[in-house]
Design a protein around this ligand. Structure first.
Ligand SMILES: [Zn+2]
Length: 484
């Protein structure tokens, strides 16, 4: 993109909430890909005349958590509004949404950019609404509509236009998804469409405060598509402006195989929707107690975990980010540290050995019979010299499979590392006495045979001798026999 332009990007993120039932009726929320179409529907979410919506309390609770986690001012007096438009996936002819009084406003999110710099992105609003149905256009013509998704609770998170590139958009959206998962309100599965990210993209002359004409990008089903689509659109707009043309305000789609954007339809303005307060719903008032309780119940969020891991525990930024990425992993690590483990050693073992073993077995950390304290006990055996590293890795694998305690596995398999000097010295003496030819060659000048004697002792102990002790003893005993 040409240097004379500044990119101005804001993100709208739609997240389906992980509630049992829909936003305004008792229908179950079902997997929109797996479930038989139009089986989780009722007169309310089909928009039948005379139906009356009722607000889902759990959806409000989830929205409140997100708004609090994003540092928003919480709006105690909430009004739902009708957003009127016609589309076949919207049976009522309007969507119930929040317009003038959303649950959260004026929040922010600190995002670490790929270069390590931290940027604060403003959050303009967080509001509740309902999802639409799903259309499938047939190749031979005609379309099918599935209303299972109609009325599923949806949260919209709107950023300020503080984002400046595709990579920044990716970093911001990745962090939002991570927080939604931490809060347990969304699975983050973009392939299934439960998290949908739509950037608004425009250019303006560098130094200008006015906004250029924006386009909105849809159909982004991955973070990679978000970054690439945004950069593609910035370059396309720059080319239009460079040629003396004007950017058209419109919604554009991202073609995932051609990796380019294409025009979908003219973008509506807010006034096109003729918003008015939803007459079938009373104002929703959040009392102070509810807000205070929800705030107190927030988990430690990933940014705070990363800062604590690097600041207090001495981990690298990469280790901190890898451990904090998934809440279950982070909490497992926290519990291991609380059980007395050394943070740096634990980080190494979790990120390398444990992750590898989990991958091989297709399991998750919250689904294994190994308590965090058991890993600490295993690493204590290593630190005490009772177990060498290779044996410790084998023991960890068996802990995952059997759930047995590390000391039991070590005892049952006879893996205890032999560090006892008297026992090892006797073995060293025996090995030298059993191999007079090798000894003669050694004394005759073949000093490389020292390593061979060490190998014999290690083999005699099935690898469980402490190698450092054996090395020292062999060198001492050979030196005592004469010059090497
Ligand atoms: Zn329903």
């Amino acid at each position: 993109m040409a240097e004379q332009y500044e990119a101005v990007i804001g993100l709208e993120i739609h997240a389906e909430l992980l509630t049992e039932s829909k936003m305004f009726c008792g229908c179950r929320v079902v997997d929109s890909v797996a479930a038989t179409p139009n089986t989780a529907v009722c007169p309310v979410c089909l928009g039948m005349p005379g139906m009356l919506p009722v607000i889902n309390r759990r959806a409000v609770e989830f929205a409140l958590r997100v708004a609090l986690a994003l540092g928003c001012d919480i709006q105690p007096h909430n009004i739902f509004a009708r957003k009127n438009y016609f589309y076949p996936d919207l049976p009522k002819g309007y969507q119930i949404s929040q317009y003038e009084l959303p649950i959260g406003r004026h929040g922010h999110l600190d995002v670490t950019l790929p270069g390590g710099e931290t940027r604060r992105i403003g959050i303009r609003r967080v509001h509740m609404e309902e999802d639409t149905g799903k259309l499938t256009h047939l190749e031979r013509g005609g379309s099918l509509v599935d209303y299972n998704r109609s009325g599923v609770p949806l949260l919209e998170i709107v950023s300020e236009p503080d984002i400046r590139s595709g990579e920044e958009a990716r970093a911001y959206a990745t962090r939002i998804r991570q927080i939604l998962r931490y809060l347990g309100v969304n699975s983050g599965d973009m392939e299934k469409g439960v998290l949908r990210i739509e950037p608004n993209i425009s250019l303006r002359p560098r130094g200008s405060q006015a906004f250029g004409t924006r386009t909105e990008l849809k159909n982004l089903n991955s973070f990679r598509a978000l970054a690439e689509g945004t950069d593609y659109e910035l370059a396309r707009q720059a080319a239009v402006l460079d040629a003396g043309g004007q950017v058209t305000q419109e919604t554009r789609g991202w073609h995932d195989t051609r990796r380019e954007t294409f025009s979908q339809r003219a973008k509506e303005e807010a006034e096109d929707y003729r918003y008015f307060a939803e007459p079938d719903l009373p104002p929703l008032t959040l009392d102070d107690n509810w807000i205070v309780t929800a705030r107190a119940a927030l988990p430690e969020l990933p940014q705070a975990k990363e800062a604590r891991y690097t600041g207090q525990l001495g981990l690298s930024p990469g280790e901190a980010a890898a451990l904090a990425d998934d809440r279950a992993v982070a909490e497992w690590f926290d519990a291991a540290v609380a059980a007395g483990g050394a943070p740096k050693t634990l980080a190494n073992w979790i990120l390398n050995d444990l992750f590898r073993l989990l991958n091989e077995r297709g399991r998750r950390i919250d689904d294994i019979p190994v308590a965090p304290a058991a890993l600490v006990a295993l690493l204590d055996l290593v630190a005490q010299g009772a177990l060498n590293l290779n044996s410790a890795r084998d023991v960890l694998a068996e802990m995952l499979d059997s759930g047995r305690a590390p000391a039991d596995i070590v005892a049952a398999r006879g893996l205890t590392q032999i560090s006892d000097e008297a026992a090892l010295l006797a073995l060293v003496e025996q090995t030298i006495a059993d191999n007079p030819d090798a000894l003669a060659n050694y004394l005759g000048g073949k000093t490389a045979l020292l390593g061979w004697f060490v190998g014999q002792v290690m083999r005699a102990t099935r690898g469980q001798a402490n190698p450092a002790v054996v090395n020292r003893l062999v060198a001492e005993r050979l030196a005592a026999r004469g010059p090497g």
